[in-house]
Design a protein around this ligand. Structure first.
Ligand code: G1P
Length: 902
């Protein structure tokens, strides 16, 4: 049984012979710049973006087959050649036999250290890999030790093939683009600068240089170079059996120039004779730079072992410090897994959804909903950057309540759809308020609601149903008024507009139209008649929460009137007659979107917040009542759930028939979270989910039952094999949101089961075959796929903090209302959480010495720094006021002890 062993409390782990498992890779990246992936054989790739790949791009299927990657060879006199990462034909053949090298991989955030020990060659190698914090280069440090009883003479040969172009060229002009290469050997390495770049942007003069440099631990340069693949692997050779190593082939000297070949950063160092147990170190750097003249200077700071060791320590500290949340649950394995989960949102901010081997879709950037949900985790870990992020992101909203879907690389940069694809994801308008609400709770910064921001404008208009032919690039991507000025509206206006437009955008069953899809991207084939009851629930919840938020604003600021665009007046229409008529709703929406089809007038109206509040609550209640009446499916045996969708034939997707059950999780999650589902209904949903969706082997609650139909009137998901991805896998993101919803409703045991089974599935290495963290989903056999880049991580972290530990903000106050179960306390009955809140550091320790099943009203006492007594609260447990928090020393960590009734 192989397993992950943690060696500290910061997620550092160790694993033996990980190369015997498929699909394992770690991310290595800088804050900007290089984004790499690395396998236990040092496979994987590296790039700065879609058009700049340093190493040849790999997807999951060729992750292990492609050996055109990092390698370090030792030509050992009288013995042959050995690769420090197992990437030789001979070592490949010895895999799974008694002759296999012993290997141990140690890894942490953004680094790995591979130790390989060969009995046959009597050598040990430790290879450390990381990317510098500024992302300019990848560093590989190899320390070779002679484990033989006699001296051994070794010729070290390092190689990193240089792909040096756009991912598009992997099969589009692969050969032609190599003709563009201008290759040069320098004192310390190989550089390639393609003359032109060929990609979707056309043919452009290129300035980007890709390089591989190397030195000994003392800073000595390599002796000879193999700057092309041809030269390195030789005729008929391969990277697993390269001629340069096999034949001890002579290379070229520094100062050699070559053209029009596949480049390779191959280099041979001076032979060295190692005494028994003697160690020698080599360093290899690989990077991308826009400034050729700077490469020498950049690399000279990483030329000796001493320099690299210092840089490595800085990298470890940098990324460990990023995760400033610590859990003590009584199980250090769980605590360490949670560290990785908390690190995942940081990774998604860097990698988007495109740049790890499973994530080979898109060309960089993140989608709209991912952008907003990643902010949730950042609000906990890096709150100071989030305010501006929220403000900037609202600039992506269009006047019709939809939004830009191509997000630029700079914050607040939105790009008009290049292909004129009119796709509206109907859930998109739901997420911004969810994030904003958490922000308001954490900070109490209600002023943000009145901050004025622009709207996005492009060719798309009327919620993706028409083109605004009066718009052109000269108009720009910001909404203008009839007078030609750029229009600004408050964030509150953006929020209202997003959620109110959704309210009217209904199909024939009076549920919100599915459009291009909702959260489930693969429900994308019911454009005409599809409806998402799931997100109708979600929006209903939002409408209520927005009303609450307005109330707080009135109370805290005294503001009782707000301004909004005059066009929006009609959106505040009310009355059951209107609500009950899908036609009238659509008509009203059409009137509104016609008013802002091109420009807005620029006139404003003042509306009382009380009127808006009442209007929102009325609408929300109508929606919830409607769903309760029309969508509930009674399945007998105290089971039941909500139908979550209508397909393109206008038929309800979910049902319970005698011999067939169709149930989906998404609809239940939002019915529970929004409180559309009553208490009894939540119980029935739980029982049904346990019966029809729960599968321990597959990691917990599945996204749906097996429809056994290629349901092309709903979405491509039904084309996927059942149990994979959006078609019924245990899809972590929705599963975690299910847990969150259950905790919110006080269903603690049920919520805990959801979180626990998911985490256990990931932690069971022999089954999940993944490094620590949450995967996007588990397949039918329980393997975790799509590591690291999933919205599930943000939600898991948030749920642990705000629901399980119950530590949350309430308009800037800190409130504590834990929902911990007895098994979540350590042997002394303590459970702890360290985090930052309002720029102050806290360690919160819950004391439950008898490990009782707790209720928040059992909190007996809570004190901060052993002196400040927290105020008791019936709903929230205890409260530490914002005014008190402001007086606390920002440099110290403040301890809050929460004691429960004996
Ligand atoms: C991914 C996407 C997310 C989408 C989900 C379901 O989820 O990133 O936007 O809603 O698939 O289609 P993730 O991998 O983030 O959990």
């Amino acid at each position: 049984m192989n397993k992950i062993e943690f060696t500290d409390k910061n997620g550092t782990f160790r694993i033996h012979n990980p190369e015997n498992y498929s699909g394992l890779y770690l991310p290595l990246a800088g804050e900007t710049g290089l984004k790499s992936s690395i396998t236990p054989n040092l496979g994987g790739d590296s790039k700065t973006d879609q058009n700049h790949f340093l190493l040849e791009p790999v997807s999951i299927e060729n992750l292990h087959n492609n050996r055109n990657t990092r390698n370090f060879w030792c030509r050992i006199e009288n013995k042959g050649s050995w690769s420090v990462c197992g990437s030789s034909a001979k070592q490949e053949a010895a895999k799974f036999t008694k002759d296999q090298d012993e290997s141990i991989l140690e890894a942490g955030f953004m680094w790995q250290k591979l130790t390989r020990i060969s009995r046959e060659y009597e050598m040990k190698a430790e290879t450390t890999s990381f990317v510098t914090i500024d992302g300019t280069m990848e560093v590989m440090m190899t320390e070779l030790t002679n484990t033989a009883d006699q001296e051994q003479k070794i010729t070290p040969v390092a190689v990193i093939p240089l792909y040096g172009r756009s991912a598009d060229n992997i099969r589009d002009h692969r050969h032609v683009t190599s003709l563009l290469h201008r290759i040069e050997t320098k004192t310390y390495g190989v550089e390639v600068c393609p003359v032109l770049s060929f990609d979707e942007r056309g043919h452009q003069k290129n300035q980007t240089v890709y390089f591989v440099y190397g030195s000994t631990g003392e800073g000595e340069a390599p002796e000879k170079f193999y700057p092309t693949t041809e030269m390195f692997i030789g005729e008929g050779g391969s990277y697993l059996n390269p001629e340069a190593v096999r034949m001890d082939k002579d290379g070229v000297l520094a100062g050699t120039k070559l053209q029009g070949k596949e480049a390779a950063g191959g280099m041979r160092f001076a032979p060295v004779t190692l005494k028994p147990q003697e160690t020698v170190t080599y360093l290899v750097l690989a990077g991308v730079s826009g400034e050729k003249q700077n490469i020498e200077k950049m690399t000279s700071a990483y030329r000796t072992k001493k320099q690299i060791e210092k840089a490595f320590e800085a990298v470890k500290k940098h990324w460990t410090d990023k995760v400033n949340v610590d859990f003590s649950t009584g199980d250090t394995n769980i605590d360490n897994y949670l560290k990785w989960i908390c690190f995942q949102p940081v990774l998604r901010r860097i990698y988007g959804c495109s740049f790890l081997p499973y994530h080979d879709y898109g060309k960089g950037g993140r989608g709209w909903r991912d952008l907003w949900q990643d902010c949730l985790a950042l609000l906990i870990m890096e709150p100071s950057v989030v305010r501006q992020m929220i403000v900037d992101n609202y600039g992506g909203v269009r006047m019709d309540g939809t939004n830009a879907t191509i997000i630029g690389s700079r914050q607040g940069e939105f790009i008009a759809d290049r292909n004129n694809i009119t796709r509206v994801w109907m859930d998109h308008a739901f997420w911004p308020f969810v994030t904003t609400k958490l922000y308001l709770d954490q900070t109490g910064d209600l002023d943000i609601l009145l901050e004025k921001v622009t709207y996005f404008k492009d060719l798309q208009t009327k919620r993706g149903t028409a083109h605004d032919n009066n718009w052109d690039h000269a108009y720009g991507n910001k909404q203008r008024t009839a007078g030609g000025n750029i229009y600004f509206g408050t964030i509150l206006e953006h929020i209202l507009l997003q959620n109110l437009c959704a309210f009217y955008d209904v199909g024939e069953h009076n549920e919100m139209r599915l459009h291009g899809a909702d959260w489930n991207d693969a429900l994308d084939m019911a454009w005409e008649k599809g409806e998402s009851v799931a997100f109708t629930c979600a929006y209903a919840g939002n409408l209520k929460d927005i009303a609450d938020c307005l109330k707080h604003m009135e109370e805290k600021t005294g503001i009782s009137k707000i301004e909004m665009a005059e066009e929006m007046k009609c959106l505040l229409a009310e009355g059951t007659e209107l609500y009950e008529s899908p036609d009238r709703k659509q008509k009203l929406l059409d009137e509104y979107t016609s008013l802002c089809e091109h420009n807005v007038k620029g006139g404003m109206i003042l509306v009382s917040t009380e009127q808006i509040r009442k209007n929102l609550v009325e609408k929300a209640e109508w929606l919830m009542q409607h769903i309760r009446e029309k969508e509930w499916i009674s399945a007998g045996d105290d089971m039941g759930w909500f139908n979550g969708y209508y397909d393109n034939h206008g038929n309800a997707v979910e049902y319970s028939k005698k011999d067939e059950v169709r149930m989906m999780l998404t609809g239940q999650v939002f019915a529970v979270m929004s409180k559309t589902a009553g208490e009894e209904q939540v119980k029935e949903i739980c029982r049904s989910a346990d019966k029809f969706l729960f599968d321990q082997k597959a990691g917990g609650y599945r996204l749906n039952t097996d429809f056994k139909e290629e349901k092309f009137d709903l979405g491509r998901m039904f084309g996927f094999a059942y149990g994979e991805k959006e078609n019924g896998a245990v899809f972590s993101h929705m599963t975690v949101m299910y847990a969150n919803a259950l905790y919110q409703r006080g269903f603690i045991r049920e919520g805990h089961k959801v979180l626990q089974t998911l985490l256990e599935a990931a932690m069971n290495f022999e089954n999940s075959k993944m490094y620590p963290g949450l995967p996007e989903y588990f397949d039918n056999e329980g393997r975790g796929l799509y590591a690291y880049l999933t919205g599930a991580a943000s939600w898991y972290m948030l749920t642990m903090i705000t629901e399980v530990f119950g530590v949350k903000g309430d308009l800037g106050d800190l409130v504590i209302a834990p929902s911990l179960l007895p098994e979540q306390f350590d042997e002394k009955g303590s459970a702890g959480l360290k985090l930052e809140f309002a720029r102050k550091k806290f360690e919160i320790i819950m004391h439950n010495p008898e490990k009782k099943d707790l209720r928040i009203e059992q909190i007996r006492r809570a004190v901060c720094d052993e002196k400040v007594v927290l105020e008791p609260e019936p709903e929230y447990g205890v409260r530490l006021r914002k005014s008190v928090i402001e007086t606390l020393d920002p440099k110290k960590c403040h301890r809050i002890d929460v004691f429960f009734q004996e």
